[in-house]
Design a protein around this ligand. Structure first.
Ligand code: ZN
Length: 607
């Protein structure tokens, strides 16, 4: 029984070769035109048919069906039959793993000189050619430089990069593809039908998947399964034989991950260990599943990309519904890492458990990001009130339930606008810590001086960022509501221009004031109108919007208003007009829409 399948099903003609059409076509054309090269390099992973192709070429060159080389060997003449059996005198197969040195190559050179004993060509098939030593290659090179007309060399290798450039440049190179899952599956189906083997789809898919792109491995595993179970191959049994975990169990992992059921995850691992499954193997099955689910999600039902049987594809599609793209990419990352760890670890069980926990936790990362984002005020004044404490001095008061917030220590609101659009939660955290670490007296001073000493505001003007006894005033809520509405409309560029600005709400007039940034002048009229309308809508009555600027003075305590986002000394300040132009750029806007976040900084490209 051993090797029967592999031998019976070894391609005897170019047309029978699976998955290497790019090579068979080129070779057959060369044969037809009688333009066969003297040196060939066949590269590709193991078990994809490099040696088989080399033998086919040898047969085609020497086939006795006609006076010339045949584009398709007959498979019946003496030459064809002997080559197939590895007995032809003029076709030498050399395993470079055991004949790698200069002596072997010298012997080969000697041999090259003699004319073929019977056939048209002397064909040297050198397997594992990358194992040849440097001296060996040098000796071989001399032959390749001036090959006798009747000689053809075929160098097969899995490690193309280890062949010297001098050799490669004298050979025609063919890169063999790994067989596609569907090709392997189809081939297995054909063989099973011909051999009268009843195999269920799960069994065939498992065999195909276990082959990792090597047709030879697929066939030898099929043979193994037939030796074990005869002509009746059932999925579960075959999986067991291959050491693969049943797909139900793999899917169970994802169900447990989805519901964050860690107990179930522990039980799965316990069961695997009890039943003697190899955890690294299990892990690579998980990787494969996630990869397939991701493909199903991104590319839809495209069977040539999915490494799965049709039946499996349906289940993958169901899994794809449960997880987001981000989830799946995180899973893939975690699992690939776990796979690597499992190679070295002394405690595969614990590593696996930990890895599965990480999968369950990875799903939470998304909501956490969302929650962080929501900590910024985003809807209505009452919401803002509730969330305000986070941005003011960093003390999340017990007020989170919606009662009025306690004044934060220091009472300073970082930034003139009550929120800093475009700041990530981490930036905000940094900012918060900076605020806390400032000396108390400094803060006091700042609070009482701040922020506009230059121009005394009219009585009726209330400032959003002026010190308050309450941490957040009505005015601040208005301002943040305007910001929210801007972002809702995806006017991120406009929103980020307002970052660090002072808002002043008066009777019938609202002023937005920057500190010498030049932004007010640079803002297009259209944007000003949009803003004016939005502010009016927010306040519930028509107002006039004024954009003003005040000269930057070093002594200005309000300078910290753009705290954390102020360009550093080393960095040349951006021309505000340029900045506005950049923010108006359609491409920049498109980016902002794509990422759902404003561009936070614009820098001059140095160089
Ligand atoms: Zn023949």
């Amino acid at each position: 029984m051993h090797q029967v399948i592999a031998r019976t099903w070894r391609p005897q003609r170019f047309s029978e070769v699976i998955g290497q059409r790019h090579i068979t076509q080129t070779l057959q054309n060369a044969l037809r035109l009688n333009r066969v090269a003297h040196g060939y390099v066949f590269s590709g992973q193991r078990g994809v048919g490099k040696t088989t192709m080399a033998r086919l070429l040898a047969k085609a060159l020497n086939c006795q069906k006609g006076p010339e080389p045949q584009p398709e060997p007959c498979g019946e003449c003496d030459s064809c039959r002997e080559i197939a059996l590895g007995r032809a005198v003029d076709v030498l197969e050399i395993d470079a793993a055991s004949n790698r040195g200069i002596d072997a190559m010298r012997e080969l050179r000697e041999n090259v000189r003699y004319a073929p004993a019977r056939d048209r060509y002397k064909v040297f098939i050198i397997d594992e050619a990358h194992q040849i030593t440097t001296e060996g290659f040098n000796a071989l090179l001399k032959t390749l430089e001036e090959p006798p007309p009747h000689v053809v060399f075929i160098l097969a290798t899995t490690e193309l990069h280890e062949l010297p450039e001098t050799i490669l440049s004298r050979c025609q190179h063919f890169s063999f593809h790994a067989a596609k899952f569907a090709e392997i599956l189809g081939h297995l189906e054909t063989i099973c039908a011909a051999e009268k083997v009843q195999a269920d789809p799960q069994a065939l898919a498992a065999l195909a998947a276990s082959a990792g792109g090597s047709l030879r491995d697929a066939l030898s595993r099929l043979e193994q399964a037939m030796a074990a179970f005869g002509a009746q191959l059932e999925g579960t049994a075959v999986l067991r034989l291959l050491g693969a975990v049943p797909s139900q169990m793999v899917e169970e992992v994802f169900t447990a991950v989805e519901s964050r059921n860690r107990e179930q995850l522990l039980e799965i691992v316990a069961k695997l260990v009890e039943e003697g499954y190899q955890l690294p193997h299990f892990c690579s099955q998980l990787v494969r599943t996630v990869r397939n689910v991701l493909v199903a999600k991104l590319a839809g039902p495209q069977p040539h990309l999915l490494e799965a049987s049709p039946e499996e594809s349906a289940r993958l599609a169901a899994l794809a519904e449960k997880f987001s793209e981000e989830d799946l990419m995180r899973f893939l990352e975690i699992l690939l890492h776990l796979h690597q760890q499992l190679r070295h670890t002394m405690e595969p069980r614990f590593q696996t458990e930990l890895g599965l926990f990480k999968l369950a936790e990875a799903r939470r990362l998304v909501p956490i990001e969302k929650i962080l984002a929501q900590m910024q005020p985003e809807s209505g004044p009452s919401e803002t009130m509730r969330r305000a404490p986070l941005s003011s001095g960093g003390q999340r008061g017990p007020a989170a339930g919606g009662s009025s917030p306690q004044p934060a220590p220091g009472g300073r609101v970082p930034g003139g606008s009550p929120r800093a659009p475009g700041m990530s939660p981490f930036e905000q955290d940094t900012l918060r810590k900076q605020t806390i670490s400032e000396p108390a007296d400094h803060k006091e001073g700042r609070a009482s001086e701040a922020p506009l000493a230059a121009e005394a505001p009219p009585e009726d003007i209330k400032r959003a960022s002026a010190p308050h006894t309450e941490a957040h005033s009505r005015e601040e809520n208005w301002a943040s509501e305007v910001m929210r509405r801007l972002e809702e409309r995806q006017r991120y560029g406009l929103a980020s221009m307002l970052d660090g600005a002072q808002w002043e709400f008066g009777e019938g007039e609202v002023r937005i004031r920057w500190e010498g940034a030049g932004i007010a002048k640079a803002m297009p009229e259209q944007d000003r109108q949009t803003l004016e309308q939005l502010v009016s809508e927010t306040l519930g009555h028509k107002i006039r919007l004024r954009l003003t600027e005040e000269p930057p003075t070093g002594a200005m305590p309000g300078k910290g208003r753009r705290a954390g986002k102020l360009p550093s000394q080393a960095e040349p300040a951006m021309d505000p007009e340029v900045e506005v132009q950049v923010r108006q750029d359609p491409e920049v806007r498109e980016f902002e829409q794509l990422f759902g976040k404003p561009v936070t900084g614009i820098r001059r490209w140095k160089g």
